[in-house]
Design a binder for this molecule. Structure first.
Ligand code: NAD
Length: 509
């Protein structure tokens, strides 16, 4: 990533790769952003102080009065401009995502494409924020419901989708008439700074206050200020289940709303009739893509005993082909983990698998030598386990794929798939209509996402995204997910000269 490329995103970094930091933030407590690709310091980003946070929220409070009075289709026009700018900057922003987070350049570009897609979706939505017209039980009355902006939406995001998750929330919230305050992950602050430059330029050129969309930077402490803040009616939080439980408790205490997008423990059921070529590609991409650091990463393969050995062999062979290295080099399939802490979690998980009796089929290790100086590159692992192991029940954010054998019918596989606390993404590979429909029925997968003949990883923006149980129950992105960003109001209008009461209650004076 060159200084020129960073400059295109509004980031004036000096002395890249040294510890002297950036020009644009010189003092105060600094977040250091290192690239997991090469271990180099990209830049330092100043943390928001409590005093600055107050100022940001006050600006948001002022901006919300202006923004909510702008008609929704006109708000959509601002989001359209955001989508246009993202189209222009896609190569360079995709590169920054790849460089700061460590996912492949292709996936970095894909993440920016998701931003563009949600902007397009939101532009259309800005003319479709429909309520219902309802028939009143009283003569001469009209009843309908309508949706109003909520006010300020707090957005707390995880490191693994450093730009897309903000846009899923922001694009919808903005057309809904809300203003947004974003607390990005402390592990990927530069991606957030780049997005902030993009949106603030658009707001400025339209003579709108920057308070319509702002960022606050820092660690969990800054996230807590948002959770506690009564001026923020909705907190959308994406991250670990541990974080979600803390946020939900604090927000609920003040009777705020929270939209939670938390951890997954996603499985693919491989039935006897599965197309094995599709299964292997779907499973390998799902397990090693983004180095196993997607909330929808494939963590478990639940394979019928009749094809177990065949699938196992094909997977082990496929893993031998995986090229690990700089994610900006398109030859490589898998880049690094985000940081040394993630590497430690990966190594700890391998020990736990062995301690519980699991059988590791492809050796896990941290790679060293030329190109691996950051210490964040690891080998992806396949392990034979049982579903009830504590480590299998836990979401390890690393490229570890568990193989679990099932006997009997598809219902037995579904019971294993549902037998974890998380409920985000699930899939079945089958050519049996009966099995596919059972999997999708009310007695089937208990996840927010259930796919047939597609892996667990990734999703299109047109559907509502999210999951059940420990995944938090929130829905973002497409379908009618927009409704959570608005407050619903039921209106009844009496155009007669009498006052009949509902339920026929008599009250005469
Ligand atoms: P994390 O929970 O460590 O941090 C996420 C964000 O929450 C960060 O910005 C962090 O500063 C903030 N935070 C942490 N504790 C907080 C608290 N008590 N109050 C307020 N804010 C707090 O998660 P991570 O390691 O960045 O991301 C990985 C996790 O995110 C995985 O569990 C993954 O499955 C999940 N994730 C879920 C989805 C989804 O849509 N379901 C999407 C992406 C990531």
């Amino acid at each position: 990533m060159t200084s020129k490329e960073l400059k295109a995103l509004g980031i004036e970094a000096e002395n890249l790769g040294t510890s002297t930091g950036t020009k644009w933030f010189a003092k105060g407590e600094l977040l250091e952003s290192y690239s997991p690709t090469n271990g180099k310091l990209i830049a330092k980003v100043k943390c928001t102080t409590r005093k600055e946070y107050e100022k940001v929220i006050q600006e948001a409070e002022k901006a919300k009065l202006i923004w909510r009075d702008i008609p929704a289709p006109k708000r959509g026009e601002i989001v359209r401009q955001l989508g246009e700018k993202l189209r222009e900057l896609k190569p360079v922003l995709g590169k920054l995502v790849s460089y700061e987070m460590g996912k492949s350049y292709q996936e970095g570009l894909g993440e920016v494409q998701e931003m563009i897609d949600i902007c397009d979706f939101a532009v259309g939505l800005s003319r479709q924020l429909y309520g219902n017209t309802i028939h009143s039980e009283r003569p001469g009355h009209r009843m309908y419901d309508q949706y109003h902006p909520l006010g300020t939406v707090g957005i707390i995001t995880a490191f693994n989708f450093p730009v897309a998750v903000w846009s899923w929330n922001a694009a919808l919230a903005l057309v809904c008439g809300d203003v947004v305050v974003w607390k990005p992950s402390e592990k990927t602050p530069l991606c957030a700074v780049a997005c902030q430059h993009i949106i603030s330029e658009i707001l400025k050129s339209n003579k709108l206050p920057e308070g319509i969309s702002s960022i606050v930077t820092g660690d969990a402490e800054v996230g807590k200020w948002i959770s506690e803040d009564e001026r923020i009616p909705l907190v959308s939080a994406t991250g670990s289940t541990r974080m979600g439980k803390e946020v939900a408790t604090v927000v609920a205490k003040r009777l705020g709303k929270s939209l939670l997008e938390l951890g997954g423990n996603n499985a693919i059921i491989v039935s006897p009739s599965a197309d094995l070529k599709m299964t292997i590609i779907g499973a390998v991409f799902g397990a090693v893509g983004t180095a196993g650091q997607r909330c929808t990463s494939t963590r478990r393969l639940i394979i019928h005993e009749s094809i177990y050995d065949k699938v196992k062999k094909s997977l082990v062979d496929a893993y031998k082909q995986i090229k690990i290295g700089d994610p900006l080099d398109s030859q490589n399939h898998m880049g690094p983990l985000i940081d040394n802490q993630a590497v430690k979690m990966y190594l700890d998980a391998l020990e736990k698998i062995k301690a519980e009796g699991g059988n590791i089929l492809t050796k896990g290790e941290v790679l060293t030598g030329k190109g691996f100086e950051s210490g964040c590159y690891v080998r992806p692992v396949i392990a034979e386990v049982e579903n009830h192991y504590a480590i299998v029940q836990h979401e390890t954010f690393a490229p570890i794929l568990y193989l679990i054998k099932y006997k009997g019918e598809v219902n037995d596989a579904i019971a294993l798939q549902n037998g974890v606390k998380q409920g985000l993404s699930s899939a079945i590979m089958t050519n049996s209509l009966r099995e596919a429909e059972l999997f999708l029925s009310q007695n089937g997968s208990d996840c927010g996402i259930a796919n047939v003949n597609i892996g667990t990883s990734g999703a299109e923006i047109g559907g509502a995204f999210g999951g059940e149980k420990d995944t938090g129950g929130g829905r973002e992105s497409g379908s009618d997910a927009w409704k959570v960003y608005m407050r619903r109001q039921t209106n009844t209008i009496n155009y007669t000269s009498s006052l009949p009461l509902a339920q026929g209650i008599k009250f005469d004076l």
